[in-house]
Design a protein around this ligand. Structure first.
Ligand SMILES: CC(C)(COP(=O)(O)OP(=O)(O)OC[C@H]1O[C@@H](n2cnc3c(N)ncnc32)[C@H](O)[C@@H]1OP(=O)(O)O)[C@@H](O)C(=O)NCCC(=O)NCCS
Length: 178
């Protein structure tokens, strides 16, 4: 028996599903032998593409990387990117707690690709955990490359916010409206 990979495709034109599907196939075939029947069989596999790399979370901020935000190499400063992430996830934290919030920690920052002048920079954030007074918010930054339109994830990190009262003291995230 012979197994010959034929190909792989993503999604179908007639498929309205939100979850895209990956289909793979291979050909099973036998060679002619005295006591065997020759066959050629195409085997198809369908599997949901949960693993497709897509932005996770809601779009919280979108802007364009400008020349004033560059380092001496001409790439965008990591610090500028972190401030965009802090602003964006801060909006989500404020909305979630319906209160003032302060950033208490930034962890696991990874810069995967450089950001260039003219790129559209989009921050996506989601509330992963709500504690008593704190919220854990993973943030991803995706860029759309200037001119080419290529989209890729350039940075990710996890931000922690604490809801605070008017005196800057921690207060419960889940509280009665004022
Ligand atoms: C955030 C702040 C109000 C917390 O005050 P605190 O007296 O340490 O408060 P607590 O020890 O009660 O901690 C409050 C919450 O923060 C969490 N927390 C504190 N430090 C943390 C850290 N380094 N990482 C993750 N979570 C942390 C605690 O686990 C707690 O969460 P929970 O209530 O959900 O269980 C205070 O540290 C502060 O004002 N920091 C400065 C914030 C700021 O200015 N940010 C901008 C920097 S430019």
């Amino acid at each position: 028996m012979h197994v010959d990979p034929v190909g792989e495709a993503v999604g179908f034109p007639w498929d309205d599903n939100v979850v895209p599907y990956r289909f793979s196939s291979f050909v099973l075939s036998s060679h002619w032998e005295a006591n065997s029947f020759p066959y050629k069989l195409v085997v198809l596999f369908f599997a949901p593409m949960d693993d497709v790399d897509q932005p996770k979370g809601e779009l919280v901020i979108q802007t364009i990387a400008m020349p004033k935000d560059t380092n001496p190499n001409g790439d965008i400063f990591g610090g500028w990117l972190m401030s965009q992430m802090d602003l964006g996830s801060g909006i989500l934290a404020t909305k979630t707690a319906n209160a003032r919030v302060v950033t208490v920690a930034m962890e696991g920052m990874s810069f995967l690709h450089p950001v260039r002048v003219g790129d559209t920079v989009a921050c996506y954030a989601r509330v992963e955990r709500i504690g008593r007074t704190s919220m854990t918010i993973p943030v991803e930054v995706w860029v759309t490359r200037y001119m080419t339109g290529e989209q890729l994830r350039v940075t990710h990190g996890v931000f922690t916010y604490v809801a605070v009262d008017h005196a800057g003291k921690p207060m419960p995230v889940k509280h009665e409206p004022a």
